[in-house]
Design a protein around this ligand. Sequence first.
Ligand code: ACO
Length: 330
Amino acid sequence: MDVIERIWEKARQNKKRIVLPEGDEPRTVQAAAILRDEGLADPVLLGSEDRIRASAERTGTDISGIAVLDPARSPERSGYAEALYELRKAKGMTPEDAEALSADPMYYGMLMVRQEDADGLVSGAVHTTGDMLRPALQIIKTKPGVSIVSSSFLVNCQRRDLGQDGLMVFADCVVVPCPTAEELAQIAVSSADTARTLCGMEPRVAMLSFSTKGSARHPLADKVRLAGEIARKMAPELKLDGEMQLDTALVKEVGMLKAPGSDVAGRANVLIFPDLQSGNIGYKLVQRIGGAECFAVLQGLARPCNDLSRGCSVSDIVNTAALTAVQAGG
Ligand code: ACO
């Protein structure tokens, strides 16, 4: 059974309410119908009811039984506006700003999740990553005990001898542009948690660099080494090693040569990239050249919200909603 089949099965076992703020977007409408038909989640489409129904008609999608909610007309809106004002007043938000923003489906959706009227949110078929992330960071905020939000990609490689039967976790490829050593350590610990909870893996975490165990001396490699030390203090039970080069992390013979005695080198299944440029380029290389399937999730948020690529397909939205439902189910 591949990773997505396992995620679908888990999502079905514990059905969650997933809000889709881009409710009138044609791929989103079609995805909502699949989520309903496959029993993966109870979707909620946000937006103008007329536009959502027109989009369903244009795409030939039956949306009967799917919740459709217009934030601008919702009786919950004023309560959500008050909650938003309380959350953001220290940052200069006025009650008028909060009232206006609560009619925006993205903010309304985040507030539904925050107030536990929905279990999770999926968006990004229309909005950029930054436009989806900012309200998530401001409204949902981080989980207790987690210092920053980041992301993991579940990467399903063609080569089954890599990672766990071809499955690996890459981070951070979406959120934190230039992490400090402390932030990189948090990314490593959060990614190990994602590997355990979403992939059922025993994580072996490699802190990637252009240097292995001091082979190159440079402040960038020193940062990765320090991040490894901090992560080991944060999670002493975790199998984590670095800094190391990618081939040391993945190839048994190279691992034995360059990092003898390591319980990660040569068999890593969680790859922590030193910054967002390398992480984002790295996952796109394995996806576009290596033919790997890649699924992104945000980690470290108090409640699950996930971002889509604007080029996403209907099945990307369905799979991301199923992943979100599994995150919500703990
Ligand atoms: N974790 C937790 N909180 C955070 C984080 C984080 N990683 N980053 C910012 N915040 C908080 C800030 O402290 C701030 O909180 P406050 O307003 O309560 O004080 C709030 O979030 C907003 O922060 P800003 O500084 O206004 O936002 P910023 O401009 O830093 O943007 C963002 C944050 C959107 C995550 C930014 O770092 C970003 O654009 N990242 C890259 C996104 C991207 O384009 N990814 C690549 C494409 S995606 C793909 O290819 C699949």
